[in-house]
Design a binder for this molecule. Structure first.
Ligand code: ATP
Length: 454
């Protein structure tokens, strides 16, 4: 069935996203702004699905995690206490010849400014400086004055908003460790390695959960979350051969981390971090206790006090979306025609079903298709399409990953049944039009795995 043997390139995904309105370069009519993208209709629908699937797994289906939505601009002392002002840096090198700037630890992912087929430093003309540290936080000013006293930062991670609220939540949430606080929201980093589409953005939507545990249980919970997060991706159809766990060596870990493992995905640019799971120990709560003077600790009913350790699964919706798109992309020849198809998990797909009148000018087909669409759209993201040949309409839906199409045809007028076309197998069956809603509800609940899996 699946015949695409050529390796997938990032350009293929970029061009599909643009062609079908998932993602556009930001402020494009002004020439864009590096590593920043805007999401179009299908991109927004897909992001909404990823966000709500994450929230469902992390908060709704559990009784030990609560939600939080903290501000993007926090008191700048938060970032001094957390270590970000001093240490949230990447090592940079400049090329004196082409005047471009590169991340010293990622030269293999960058291209020389003069000879893009070479890496920086590979040509005799390249003249790289020694690495120096560059802080990734975006600065801004709060209030009317533009001086040191008004300096503030756009948050580079959502986690600190959780730590500084630990006392508020612990007092009000009626939970005791182990318990977690989950937050989804924009984070900002002045990233230096440009390119690679949604993988490395300057503005991205992070989903982080800080799980506070008694220190003696930290190792066990670290293993638990690593496994739970891996399972989440596999359950959403990510192919197992494209997902792996990589443990960080001690020298690679962040200053706060006692242990870190990445869930890596095989993107077109190679194996790269999709999600990080870290044991942050008591670093953050201890730092904020010290710097704010507010004790961020847990007191058991028997009076025992301790600073919980924190296990953190952290990811961005953008990197997840890129992984799902790459994993789902397929090209195949059906009959004598080529089709591009996104084999997305139905729960991730932006549109769940298309409702198509076979002959749009036939009043009976048109009115039944419209009525079915109006019924289904109350419950699911569905589309009605009555323009162009039926084959073209199917292919349009294949490219955005719509798992099913319901076609109203001549037979519908006789027996009130419609055709259901399956995106992956192309199998067609007939259903009573009155049972479509229930069929869609039920089928969306079923397990799904990629037909491209080995
Ligand atoms: P990298 O090593 O790739 O720069 P990181 O280790 O700095 O990533 P973390 O600080 O652990 O990343 O951030 C947690 C998660 O947030 C990452 O696993 C990734 O999913 C996401 N993320 C981080 N930076 C970006 C970015 N610039 N664009 C998109 N997503 C990002």
């Amino acid at each position: 069935m699946t015949e695409s043997a050529k390796p997938l390139t990032m350009d293929t995904i970029v061009s599909l996203c643009r062609r079908r309105g998932f993602v556009f370069p930001s402020s494009e009519i002004y020439g864009g702004i590096g590593s920043t993208y805007d999401y179009g209709h299908y991109g927004v629908l897909t992001k909404n699905n990823i966000r709500s699937l994450w929230f469902r797994a992390m908060v709704q289906e559990r009784d030990d995690i609560v939600a939080l939505d903290s501000a993007i601009i926090l008191n700048p002392r938060v970032w001094e206490a957390s270590g970000h002002v001093a240490g949230f840096t990447d090592p940079l090198v400049d090329c004196r010849t082409c005047k471009l700037r590169f991340r010293a630890d990622q030269l293999e992912l960058s291209s020389c400014g003069r000879k893009p087929s070479k890496r920086p430093g590979e040509t005799p003309e390249c003249d790289l400086t020694e690495p120096r540290q560059f802080n990734l936080m975006f600065e801004t000013h709060v209030g009317a004055l533009m001086d040191e006293s008004s300096l503030a930062y756009l948050r580079p991670e959502t986690a600190q908003g959780i730590f500084v609220n630990f006392k508020n939540v612990a007092q009000l949430a009626r939970r005791k460790p182990p318990f977690g606080i989950a937050q989804v929201g924009k984070s900002f980093r002045n990233e230096i390695t440009p390119g690679n589409f949604l993988f490395r953005l300057r503005e991205f939507e992070q989903m982080e959960m800080e799980f506070f545990v008694p220190p003696a249980e930290a190792d066990e919970w670290f293993g638990y979350w690593l496994d739970a997060r891996r399972r989440w991706y596999l359950d959403l159809g990510l192919r197992a051969e494209n997902l792996r766990v990589r443990e960080h060596a001690a020298e690679e870990r962040s200053h706060y981390s006692l242990a870190t493992s990445d869930l890596e995905y095989l993107y077109p640019i190679g194996w790269q971090e999709l999600e990080g799971v870290a044991n942050r120990g008591d670093y953050d709560l201890t730092q904020h206790t010290r710097e704010s003077g507010t004790k961020l600790e847990w007191i058991d009913p028997d009076g025992t006090r301790y600073t919980p350790y924190v296990i953190e699964p952290a990811v961005s919706i953008d990197r997840i979306m890129l992984a799902f798109l790459c994993d789902a992309y397929d090209e195949e020849v059906v009959g004598d025609r080529e089709r591009v198809v996104l084999r997305l998990h139905p729960r991730v797909a932006p549109v769940k079903a298309a409702i198509l009148p076979l002959v749009p000018r036939d009043e009976g087909m048109a009115s039944r298709a419209r009525a079915l669409y109006e019924e289904l759209r109350l419950h699911h993201a569905v589309e009605h399409d009555d323009s162009g040949q039926i084959g073209r309409r199917y292919r349009r839906q294949d490219e955005i990953g719509t798992p099913w199409a319901f076609t109203v045809d001549e037979q519908t007028l006789e027996d009130e049944t419609v055709t259901v076309r399956d995106r992956d197998s192309l199998a067609q069956e007939r259903l009573p039009i009155g049972g479509v809603r229930q069929w869609l509800d039920d089928t969306l609940q079923q397990d799904w795995s990629s037909p491209q899996s080995r």
